[in-house]
Design a binder for this molecule. Structure first.
Ligand SMILES: Nc1ncnc2c1ncn2[C@@H]1O[C@H](COP(=O)(O)OP(=O)(O)OP(=O)(O)O)[C@@H](O)[C@H]1O
Length: 260
């Protein structure tokens, strides 16, 4: 499902404008990396796309077959289509299984509804997918930081979203789990046509997996381009550092900042 931003403006109450007229379409089946300095509005934009915050003006529209603005949808309907993984979620006092089952709530008949066989099967699949099945009956509070992060992503996958929004999803993960997670996100985008949008500070990890990059700079969208078109100049503008680029023979590109 496509997601389109129409001239999006947002400021926190009493604060300066964080987003100042963003226009973009994020196509289904694609992985988009959201890049920008601390405080540039990446988390804010993800929360707006998840319907947690409401724009001051402008619209966020979920594409066909729904073709509706988030403003027209209640939280439950939004959760039907959009799953959101927050940055550093505190673990709740639930077992891993019960926590991941929360991802099925938007598809059930209400808080009191019993989970269906499909719900339970999807939870098991997500736990297997994130290699958490052996921890299914462990309390979330007894997991390591990385395991909590995997469980949060398992909950989002169990939700079977058309649009998956992740705020720094590789936080707390070791290099192997970072790579495995990015592979899983790419698989979700390719196999299920999920629209995946994630923020990340590790530019090279982001660019290795993402199809497109959105560069947020001073409240505006500096560029929204295929990752293959990103230049050292773009990164210099974005981060205020001079960058070098190394090109590998398999079209891989690596960026790193020059030391002072
Ligand atoms: N709840 C809030 N109330 C008021 N201002 C906020 C709130 N959350 C964020 N801000 C402000 O909004 C701006 C954008 O913050 P945001 O968290 O979206 O940035 P970010 O790009 O995700 O940063 P980081 O890379 O550090 O996670 C910052 O100036 C921040 O201080």
């Amino acid at each position: 499902m496509d997601l389109t931003l129409h001239h999006l403006h947002f400021a926190y109450r009493g604060g300066h404008p964080v987003l100042n007229g963003l226009d973009a379409t994020l196509a289904d089946g694609q992985l988009t990396a959201l890049l920008g300095v601390n405080g540039s509005g990446k988390s804010t934009l993800l929360k707006l796309m998840a319907g947690i915050l409401t724009p001051d003006s402008g619209n966020i529209v979920l594409g066909a077959p729904l073709d509706q603005s988030l403003r027209q949808l209640g939280p439950r309907r939004i959760a039907h289509y959009c799953a959101y993984v927050a940055q550093n979620s505190p673990p709740p006092t639930l077992t891993v299984f019960d926590y991941v089952l929360l991802g099925r709530l938007p598809h059930q008949g209400g808080w009191s509804a019993r989970p269906s066989a499909t719900d339970l099967e999807l939870v098991e699949q997500s736990l297997n997918h994130m290699e958490l099945i052996d921890l299914a009956y462990t309390p979330m509070t007894k997991l390591s930081g990385g395991q909590v992060q995997m469980a949060v992503i398992a909950r989002a996958l169990a939700q079977q979203p058309a649009i998956l929004l992740l705020d720094e999803p590789t936080n707390n993960l070791d290099p192997k789990h970072q790579v495995q997670l990015m592979d899983k996100l790419r698989a979700a985008s390719r196999e299920k046509r999920t629209t995946v949008i994630f923020s990340m500070h590790d530019i090279n990890l982001a660019l290795q997996w993402a199809d497109r990059a959105m560069l947020l700079h001073e409240g505006r969208l500096l560029r929204h381009i295929p990752t293959t078109q990103l230049t050292t100049g773009d990164l210099s503008t974005l981060f205020g550092l001079r960058y070098r680029m190394l090109e590998g023979h398999d079209n891989q590109r690596w960026f790193w900042p020059e030391t002072f």
